[in-house]
Design a protein around this ligand. Structure first.
Ligand code: HEC
Ligand code: HEC
Ligand code: HEC
Length: 403
């Protein structure tokens, strides 16, 4: 019986405390230590006692007491300060900011809200309640925000980044967070929704209703936020062009994100929630769109493009880097549809993927190992030149199956 044992515990504790105190009166410094040790044992035993009889308050409805809330934040702040370090990359790149914004809408908005977007009513009943972030950002240095977004916070609902290898994506989130304090609702909408109307203040039209009745409609609407209505990636270099890409490669890539073989904290949560027939329909949709679109990327030097062209056609035989053209084109013979089209893709995206292959941080389809070998020995300058060259080509040669 819990109450009988509770009484017994209390009597025992009183007797022991009385004896202890008598012994300690007029003691030496050794006794001071003894007092402290005894006190800690008593506190621990008392805590365990409360927990074992079920008296500790765990209800979210009552919130934390001011002392607990202070102590938890004090602990968190000190841990983040001590454990965060590292070099902060430049964070004012518009592509990084847009990439962070796209994922903020997927993964953070529901808990933290955003300019013009309230936190959900359910989330506000959590303890601790996730804060509305814009006024909080200036409290933290960029490397501290990086640490929080990467690792999450234990004993709160703040999750860790879904793909820990992708520190580049976590920096994109930090780049977006830096902009948040001064952001207007319109700017947030533009960043996180791109050329697609955000769902909120549009009047509902028959077209909207028809789109909702289409089972693929809401899913495609989400892809569109980042990859653009036309599948050409919104011009920034943050999101790859999907339009006109080989269907087999698109489907295999979506499956590899869903299974976790290709690491991305941004694409994995999107793909993992979708069924196979939906993934197949999405791959077929994007493969059928015409490749093209505008780019806002800065124009590279002709010299870099020329070096890239040379590398793509001859490889680097002495370092075992193969010719890229053999698999990716441009060439007259048809391309194997398992090899992605990279002509006309954004330079920033190509560079990023080559860096990931070369540092073994990019998985992918069953053929991804080919690229680890191809990219492993490239220097950073060669990667930049190859990315500039392929981005400068106009559009992809459709693979055999799509001609
Ligand atoms: C399931 C809800 C949830 C999600 C999703 C979530 N967070 Fe949090 N976040 C929290 C909670 C809870 C805290 C801790 C609040 C506290 O310590 O009082 C927190 C704390 C933070 C903090 C520290 C704020 C401060 O000043 O104390 C930052 C920054 C943050 N989150 C960013 C993000 C980002 C970026 C994302 C998306 C990648 C995200 N969070 C996703 C719940 C969430
Ligand atoms: C929040 C923004 C965002 C959303 C929403 C999103 N994507 Fe992506 N997508 C990205 C980013 C960023 C990448 C590059 C990820 C990487 O580095 O691997 C990417 C990569 C891809 C790739 C790989 C392209 C390649 O050339 O290898 C495919 C395929 C893809 N997305 C399809 C989709 C589809 C289909 C949807 C909708 C179901 C979708 N994406 C929704 C941001 C997004
Ligand atoms: C033997 C064929 C082969 C060769 C040679 C080859 N690649 Fe690839 N490449 C592939 C395959 C297959 C993939 C798809 C990997 C995956 O995700 O599974 C790929 C993917 C890529 C990607 C990522 C595309 C995307 O949309 O995400 C880039 C960039 C790339 N290759 C560049 C190069 C460059 C530059 C070279 C020359 C140094 C090269 N490749 C040589 C077969 C090849």
């Amino acid at each position: 019986m819990p109450f009988q044992s509770a009484k017994a515990y209390a009597r025992q504790a009183a007797v022991l405390t009385g004896q202890g105190l008598r012994w300690l009166v007029a003691g030496s410094w050794k006794r001071v230590f003894a007092i402290l040790a005894l006190a800690s044992i008593l506190v621990a035993a008392g805590g365990f006692f409360l927990a074992s009889v079920g008296l500790v308050s765990i209800s979210a409805s009552s919130g934390h007491s001011p002392v607990t809330a202070w102590f938890l934040h004090y602990t968190m702040r000190n841990a983040v300060r001590l454990q965060s370090s590292g070099k902060v990359p430049p964070l004012n790149d518009p592509a990084l900011i847009a990439k962070g914004a796209g994922h903020y809408e997927t993964g953070c908005l529901a808990c933290h809200g955003a300019p013009g977007r309230d936190q959900s009513l359910i989330v506000r009943q959590m303890t601790p309640e996730p804060p509305y972030l814009p006024p909080r950002i200036s409290e933290w240095k960029p490397e501290e925000l990086f640490w929080i977004v990467k690792n999450g916070i234990k004993f709160s609902a703040m999750p860790a980044w879904p793909a820990l290898k992708r520190e580049d994506e976590i920096w994109a989130m930090v780049a977006f967070l830096q902009q948040l304090p001064d952001m207007t609702a319109a700017r947030y909408k533009e960043l996180a929704h791109g050329d697609r109307d955000a769902t909120t203040d549009e009047p509902v039209t028959p077209d909207h209703l028809r789109a909702l009745a289409d089972p693929l409609g809401p899913v495609l609407a989400n892809c569109t936020r980042c990859h653009g209505e036309d599948g050409n990636g919104r011009g920034l270099g943050a999101f790859p062009k999907l339009a006109g890409q080989s269907e087999a490669y698109l489907l295999a890539s979506l499956q590899s994100y869903a299974s976790g073989d290709r690491h991305s904290g941004i694409m994995q949560p999107v793909a993992a929630g979708l069924d196979q027939p939906v993934l197949a329909a999405l791959a077929s949709h994007y493969a059928s769109l015409p490749a093209g679109g505008e780019t806002a990327e800065p124009a590279p030097s002709n010299e870099s493009i020329r070096r890239g062209a040379e590398l793509a056609s001859s490889g680097v035989p002495e370092r075992n880097v193969p010719s890229c053209i053999h698999c990716h084109g441009p060439k007259k013979s048809p391309r194997n549809d398992r090899y992605p089209a990279i002509e006309g893709q954004y330079s920033a995206y190509l560079k990023q993927q080559l860096e990931l292959f070369s540092s073994e941080k990019r998985g992918g389809t069953a053929y991804a190992h080919i690229m680890h070998i191809a990219a492993h020995r490239l220097t950073p300058e060669q990667i930049q030149d190859l990315a500039n060259y392929y981005a400068s080509l106009s559009s992809a040669t459709p693979p055999e199956s799509q001609r």
